[in-house]
Design a protein around this ligand. Structure first.
Ligand code: ADP
Length: 236
């Protein structure tokens, strides 16, 4: 069995909204194996994005632990967390999150600025990745000059620029047509086969075709498949 790449222990994230508290994650204990393609399923508001943000070091837990690649994320200081985000994680968002006034190539190269990589090497690496995602002929295009599917391929290239072992994707096909969505799923599958650990929140049933593992979330808690399917059939 491959070792666990991600572990969470009694992970909680609580938002204080005036008088009420929202328990986005409510004591989550789980393990995700190294090299797996794990799909997080759950209705809107069940805590999928919150989990990805915490694993990605984009936010801090209220309590509990997250261990990724042997690092306890919640106890890292700002600098160590920035290092972690840069070297260990590639993030792909539903809405691509590309910088509008930069070319596709500059978007891909951008994270390397913070890694102290020389300009020539940044450009070479971005070109290589743009080629790998099949967009070598679009390196000078701005995001608005690209289709949604192409923008997401640029976002995949950007996520890979520091060669992180972990790819996190939050509804990566949510804004794409069916064909473009398929391309992104196949890319994630290839990355998994190349040894990366993939953690994806998705509503897209086709994503399950690639899943080696599934996590079902309801109200910030992990449930089993039967509980999840029962609750879906009650609500529909
Ligand atoms: P999902 O990704 O499954 O749709 P989220 O993780 O986005 O779920 O949200 C889980 C819960 O936490 C929801 O009830 C949501 O409204 C709440 N939530 C998420 N982010 C915030 C925030 N920044 N402030 C307050 N509540 C939030």
């Amino acid at each position: 069995m491959p070792e666990d790449f991600i572990q969470t222990v009694e992970l909680r994230k609580t938002y204080n909204m005036g008088e009420t508290e929202v328990h986005a994650l409510d004591g989550l204990t789980l393990s995700i194996p190294s090299g797996s393609f794990t799909v997080i399923m759950g209705p809107s508001g069940s805590g999928k994005s919150t989990l990805l943000y915490l694993v990605g070091g984009l936010d801090w837990p209220t309590s509990g632990n997250i261990i990724v690649a042997g690092l306890e994320i919640g106890s890292l200081d700002e600098n160590a967390l920035a290092d972690y985000r840069r070297n260990k994680v590639g993030f792909i968002f539903q809405s691509f999150n590309l910088i509008a006034n930069m070319s596709a190539e500059a978007n891909v190269a951008f994270p390397l600025r913070f890694a102290g990589v020389k300009k020539k090497n940044r450009i070479d690496r971005a070109e290589q990745l743009m080629d790998e995602v099949g967009l070598k002929d679009r390196i000078g295009h701005k995001p608005t000059e690209l289709s949604g599917g192409q923008q997401q391929r640029v976002a995949v290239a950007r996520a890979l620029v520091n060669d992180p072992p972990l790819i996190l994707a939050d509804e990566p096909t949510g804004n794409l047509d069916s064909t473009s969505g398929q391309v992104i799923m196949s890319m994630l599958d290839e990355l998994c086969k190349a040894g990366k650990t993939i953690l994806v929140a998705s509503h897209d049933p086709r994503m399950l075709t690639y899943a080696t593992h599934r996590i079902y979330l309801m109200d910030g808690k992990m449930v089993d498949e039967k509980q999840y399917l029962d609750s879906i059939s009650i609500s529909s």
